[in-house]
Design a protein around this ligand. Structure first.
Ligand SMILES: Nc1ncnc2c1ncn2[C@@H]1O[C@H](COP(=O)(O)OP(=O)(O)OP(=O)(O)O)[C@@H](O)[C@H]1O
Ligand SMILES: [Mg+2]
Length: 403
């Protein structure tokens, strides 16, 4: 079929032609907005899930739902930034939020105050006041100017919440890749949310990240468990996956024949990103308005090859030989979570000797710890890729350091 009309979206964060499933999460989100708007409190949400499962897409959808209800969204993607850069990003987004809450001419007393606090907040990183240019306000001394990130973020967020409340709206902070935040930044957000909850202000954090997060948040502040819910999103179930695969094509007159869908379901195991890749390949291969089982088999090979040379490959490129051996040993043990001791044994090492390798792999976002002592791949089907591309399990020798 004509690749120009191909509807599938195998790209990071790309809104799929049919957004399947996730009803529960969307409803929970709507309830959250309505409760906050009514002055009730509600836990913030941190969505966790493996790579390519649809976290960014869900956050985008949340942004749309929020906009439909005239909420103001601050969208940020976390990165490994120092605290100053984090402050700058937050200030820039807060400026945007403040102007969305109301245009400057219509600002009430609380919005004007938030603008002054934003000026204080950004003083150190923006001494010329470019961030608040046109606001015609002075910094509000003693607010958000302590230099302590947590206290300052708290002052800023509270002031934004108050401004939103004054103008009968709410602010939602949508933060993607939250596992990349430094602990100090994460803590600052937690402290701020704690305060806005205490004051029943319409400001909420909805974030997404890799599954190691609940543990991270727990370390950051012990009360975070009560402040946040951590809904996990997973691969689509069979009915949903079937729909995600067949409907975009059906809408454009291409039908998946019996057997073809099954190949797709088996291959993708319902992982949204793989579904999009598979759908795209199947569409391109079909030469009648039908995808046959043999087209589907062919599509599977095309996708496998593409994943091996791109999706998986870029992740392995960032690893050392030892780290790759560790991943390969895990793959040998199976796709699920593995005990640290079992992996170490495969490598003829002790758990302690493998400790650094493992923590580096977690830091690089390739592994996460579903529970203490276990590690699992953050990328679905990584085990298959490792076995395909590194056929032999080799055990690198231990290098002894000489004095
Ligand atoms: N509910 C869904 N139905 C169908 N396709 C989806 C759905 N959610 C996401 N996708 C598709 O899956 C792919 C991955 O989505 P997305 O980038 O949101 O994942 P992610 O979890 O943010 O991944 P990463 O951890 O790598 O950032 C995209 O190609 C997107 O179009
Ligand atoms: Mg994403």
């Amino acid at each position: 079929m004509d690749p120009r009309r191909n509807p599938y979206t195998p790209n990071a964060g790309a809104m799929p032609p049919v957004l399947v499933g996730r009803r529960g999460e969307m409803e929970a989100f709507e309830v959250l907005l309505d409760r906050l708007r009514a002055g009730r409190t509600e836990q913030s949400m941190i969505i966790t899930g493996l790579r390519g499962v649809g976290k960014t897409v869900l956050l985008t959808e949340f942004g749309r739902i929020a906009a439909d209800r005239d909420w103001v969204a601050i969208e940020m993607e976390a990165a490994k930034h120092d605290d100053d850069r984090f402050r700058l990003e937050l200030a820039r987004e807060s400026r945007r939020a403040l102007l969305s809450i109301a245009p400057r001419q219509r600002w009430g007393e609380r919005a004007r105050r938030a603008a002054r606090i934003l000026r204080s907040f950004s003083m150190g990183i923006d001494p010329d006041g470019r961030l608040t240019v046109g606001f015609e306000v002075d910094a509000l001394e003693g607010h958000a100017d302590s230099g302590f990130l947590d206290a300052d973020v708290q002052d800023l967020m509270v002031s934004l919440g108050e401004a939103a409340s004054e103008h009968q709206t709410g602010v939602i902070l949508l933060l993607d890749e939250i596992q990349l935040l430094e602990t100090s930044q994460f803590e600052a957000l937690i402290v701020a949310i704690h305060k806005t909850v205490q004051r029943s202000l319409p400001l909420v954090l909805v974030a997404a990240g890799l599954p190691q997060l609940p543990a991270l948040a727990g370390e950051a502040k012990s009360y975070s468990e009560r402040l946040f819910r951590f809904p996990g999103i997973d691969s689509l179930n069979d009915d949903e996956a079937r729909l995600a695969l067949s409907q975009p094509a059906a809408e454009l007159g291409l039908e998946f024949l019996d057997g073809a869908i099954e190949v797709g379901l088996e291959f993708t195991e319902g992982f949204p990103y793989f579904i999009q890749e598979f759908g795209q390949a199947a569409w391109n291969l079909a030469d009648a308005p039908r995808v046959t089982a043999s087209d589907a088999e062919q599509a599977r090979l095309v996708v496998e090859e593409k994943l091996d040379t791109n999706f998986f490959r870029v992740r392995l490129d960032r690893t050392t030989e030892l780290q790759r051996a560790y991943l390969r040993a895990m793959a040998e043990l199976g796709p699920g979570p593995q005990r640290a001791a079992a992996v170490a044994r495969m490598l003829d090492r002790t758990t302690q000797q493998c400790g650094t390798i493992r923590s580096k792999l977690i830091e690089k976002g390739l592994l996460y710890q579903p529970q203490h002592g276990d590690a699992a791949f953050t990328v679905p089907h990584f085990d298959r890729h490792l076995k395909r591309t590194i056929p032999d399990l080799t055990v690198p020798p231990i290098r002894h350091r000489h004095p």
